[in-house]
Design a protein around this ligand. Structure first.
Ligand code: HEC
Length: 190
């Protein structure tokens, strides 16, 4: 009897610990972000490779620094996805590197500037951390689509994610409404 009780106690403690270890969204505010560290991470992790539209330069596509991190330009309405040749090609990308078609449909890179209406201006650090941790838009919306590298970003600490967010809140606001993704049935990659 005594053994069974202590076994129960161990199981109880184990399940309590696993509950404590499970990520609880939106409960523990992330630590305050460090803007300098955030800038280092954003620049080192290449967020701009996808979130800053490219323009054609003398040596090929280069970042359009007048639109830093503002996502797929709203003025660039993409035509239907072209037909792919047979073979191992998976998808296509726009010349701006901001619109991506593949088996997931068409995704458009988000506006990460602090514009309140069209960017992350109304987000809190918690919204940002929860979005990356859950892989869902604002933690409870739809799943984030490729090629957004949120699985890689999940390896960062809450402090680093909060720092990324803190830096993003300091960059120039750009009003640019990124289109919603197009589901695969409406944009088949054939
Ligand atoms: C390889 C391309 C790529 C890279 C690199 C990339 N992203 Fe993204 N990101 C995307 C795409 C595409 C989306 C839109 C996904 C969707 O609609 O589900 C996105 C969406 C997001 C969103 C969701 C915004 C919203 O309003 O829902 C956030 C936040 C974000 N990215 C932050 C970052 C940060 C910070 C970095 C750098 C650490 C980064 N991304 C690097 C492609 C990329």
């Amino acid at each position: 009897m005594k053994n069974r009780l202590s076994l129960l106690a161990i199981v109880g403690i184990a399940s309590l610990t696993s509950l404590a270890a499970a990520p609880v969204m939106g409960q523990n505010a992330p630590p305050p972000g460090d803007v300098t560290r955030g800038e280092y991470l954003v620049k080192g992790m290449g967020c701009g490779d996808c979130h800053t539209p490219m323009k054609m330069g003398p040596a090929g596509p280069e970042a359009d620094n007048s639109r830093t991190l503002s996502g797929h330009p709203q003025s660039l309405v993409m035509p239907p996805v072209p037909e792919l040749p047979k073979g191992p090609w998976l998808g296509v990308v726009s010349a701006t590197f901001t619109s991506w078609a593949g088996p997931w449909g068409v995704s458009f890179t988000a506006n990460l500037t602090p514009d309140r209406e069209t960017g992350l201006g109304a987000w809190k650090a918690q919204t940002f951390v929860d979005t990356i941790r859950s892989g869902r838009v604002m933690a409870k919306g739809r799943q984030l689509l490729p090629p957004m590298p949120f699985p890689a970003m999940q390896n960062l600490t809450d402090a680093d994610l909060a720092s990324i967010f803190a830096y993003l809140q300091t960059i120039p606001k750009i009003a640019n409404r990124v289109p919603d993704p197009i589901p695969p049935k409406d944009a088949p990659v054939r």
